[in-house]
Every structure is written in structure tokens, then in C-alpha cells.
Design a protein around this ligand. Structure first.
Ligand code: CP
Ligand code: NVA
Length: 310
């Protein structure tokens, strides 16, 4: 039976039930089919989504704006540079004011607590479009992509190689909800947040998933169905770039690492990629790479989220 998700925030996949995660995936499948057959489905006519960005974006911005438009609604890009937020208006007041105009808010920002604060004072759903801590809409598109390619999620072995960042955190949460075996291979000092790992492992116990940390990328990718990586210096870490490149150099996804995984392994990356750093061109452009399907699926997943919560 369908679960009513109207009015719900999407701040972390950890907050969703297993059934809600599957409802998002199944709705995504439905909406993608509709879009491919050229049918029109506009449940959000007359509704407006505000999209606040304090960081750069290509995929999230364009996919959310197209998503709301295809569903019959309107998307409003709000650069945090131009909002009164920048001049000291509180997040709480901003939330209360925007709730009088809009039907939903998507926000991409640095501090995860700012999103929690926004959601606390907004009377409309708030969707996390990436924080320093989490990137839930990305991970939902990622597991949808794996589901499409492999036909199942339970038991799928995903090895994330590189920096234990926001994307790695949300992949652990997503994998835990759907019974995947997620391994995060990082050098010392780049491990994911232990609190997130503990929460994901707690979620994993309920589904038979496993969430593990590793150090040796070669051992970690053996038998993997999916190898995933992300940039070594995330937005806001530009000053650490050179140190990170040095520390993470052995974690590059290159043809040798792909070969160590074995036959049929897929390559995934949330993009943007820093080609030549965390991934080589040979891998990013190989037949095993599904990075552009993954990027496309952001659109379909965003549509599902908006249709369900707005
Ligand atoms: N993957 C992702 O969120 O891309 P953007 O930074 O371009 O939105
Ligand atoms: N970890 C990256 C993801 C970009 C989509 C960042 O936060 O910059």
C-alpha cells in the first residue's frame, strides 16, 4: 500500500523507513517510464519549489528545476548571495517567510545544521540538496541506477574508494536501507564520520545489509558489483587540494583497480569528476561506467521526491 509522504522533509536517508525508500525508487521507475513514453503527468500544477544554493551546482540545480517544471509546477532559483540571509536575516525567519510563498524548499549549503534549522521553522517540506555531511538525493539516484542495471539491490556489493565524505555517508545510509554490502575504503584520516557509520550499521542490522570500513582499496574492490568514487577535495576544501591529492593518490580508480574487482563491475561517480585524480579517463569513459545514466537519474528521482512530498 502506498505510504503518505506529503509534507515530509528529506534531510537524511537515515530518517526514512525502508518502505519509504522503496516507494521513492518505485515512483522513480514509474515517472521515468512516463517521461520516456512522452506522456504528461502534472500532479504539481500551481506549486512552487524554492531552491536555495550557497554552493555551486550543475546537476542538482538543473535536475530539480526541470523536475518541478515537468510535474507542472514552477522552480525558483534562490542564490544565497542575493537573499537577506547573507545580510544576517536568520534561518528561522527565512523559513517562516518562504513558507508563506512556496510549497517546498530545496537547499544546498555547507553546515548540515542549517538545513535542520530551516526544516524546523518551515511549514513546508525541506529537501537537502547536499551539505558538508550528506547528499541524500544523490544516493537515492545512485541506488536507483544500480537497481536498473543489476535488477536488484539486496546483496549488491558496492565499494566506495577515496575520501569518506558527504557522498560516502549518504551511500552508507542508502545501502543500509536496501540490504546492500557497502565498503568504504579510505586512507587513515579520511574515514567517514564514526557517528554516521554507527547509525548506518544500526540501520543495516534491520535489513541484512553490511557497512564496513577498509584501508586497502585493492582488497576492498575484490568481487565488487560497483566501484564508486568522488572528488578528493569537496566544495569548501579547495585550500586542502594539494595535500589531499598526495594522501589519496593510491585510491585512484584506474583500469588496474577495475580489473581487480572482476567481470561485470560497474563504475559510478556522482560528478563533477576531477579526471586524472580520483578517476582516469579510461575508466570514466569505459563501457562499465554508468556516470551519465546516474546523472540522468537525478532528474527522475527528484521528480519522485517532489511528487511524493509536495
Ligand atoms: N552530483 C551533484 O550533486 O552535482 P552538482 O554539484 O553539479 O549538483
Ligand atoms: N563531495 C562533493 C560532491 C559534489 C556533488 C562535494 O561536496 O563537493
Amino acid at each position: 500500500m502506498a505510504i503518505n509522504m506529503k509534507g515530509k522533509d528529506l534531510i537524511s536517508i537515515h530518517d526514512l523507513s525502508q518502505e519509504e525508500v522503496w516507494q521513492i525508487l518505485k515512483t522513480t521507475e514509474f515517472l521515468k517510464t512516463i517521461q520516456k513514453t512522452g506522456d504528461v503527468y502534472q500532479p504539481l500544477k500551481g506549486k512552487t519549489l524554492g531552491m536555495i544554493f550557497t554552493k555551486a551546482s550543475t546537476r542538482t540545480r538543473v535536475a530539480f528545476e526541470v523536475a518541478i517544471w515537468q510535474l507542472g509546477g514552477h522552480g525558483l532559483f534562490l542564490s544565497a548571495q542575493d537573499l537577506q540571509l547573507r545580510r544576517g536575516e536568520t534561518i528561522a525567519d527565512t523559513a517562516r517567510v518562504l513558507s508563506r510563498y512556496l510549497d517546498g524548499i530545496m537547499i544546498r549549503t555547507f553546515d548540515h545544521n542549517d538545513v535542520i534549522e530551516l526544516a524546523r521553522y518551515a511549514s513546508i517540506p525541506v529537501i537537502n540538496g547536499l551539505t558538508d555531511l550528506l547528499h541524500p538525493t544523490q544516493a537515492l539516484a545512485d541506488i536507483f541506477t544500480i537497481y536498473e542495471k543489476k535488477g536488484r539491490l539486496e546483496g549488491i556489493k558496492l565499494t566506495y574508494v577515496g575520501d569518506g565524505n558527504n557522498v560516502a555517508h549518504s551511500l552508507m545510509f542508502a545501502g543500509a536501507k536496501v540490504g546492500m554490502q557497502v565498503t568504504i575504503a579510505t586512507p587513515p584520516g579520511y574515514q567517514p564520520d564514526p557517528a554516521i557509520v554507527a547509525q548506518a550499521q544500526e540501520d543495516a542490522r534491520k535489513t541484512g545489509a553490511s557497512i564496513q570500513l577498509a584501508q586497502d582499496p585493492h582488497a576492498a574492490v575484490r568481487g565488487a558489483d560497483v566501484i564508486y568514487t568522488d572528488v578528493w577535495a569537496s566544495m569548501g576544501q579547495e585550500a586542502e587540494h594539494d595535500r589531499r591529492v598526495k594522501d589519496l593518490g593510491d585510491y585512484q580508480v584506474n583500469p588496474r583497480l577495475m580489473q581487480e574487482a572482476g567481470e561485470g563491475v560497474l563504475f559510478m561517480h556522482c560528478l563533477p569528476a576531477h579526471r586524472g585524480e580520483e578517476v582516469t579517463d579510461e575508466v570514466a569513459d569505459s563501457p562499465q561506467s554508468v556516470i551519465f545514466d546516474e546523472a540522468e537519474n537525478r532528474l527522475h528521482v527528484h521528480k519522485a521526491i517532489l511528487a511524493l512530498v509536495m
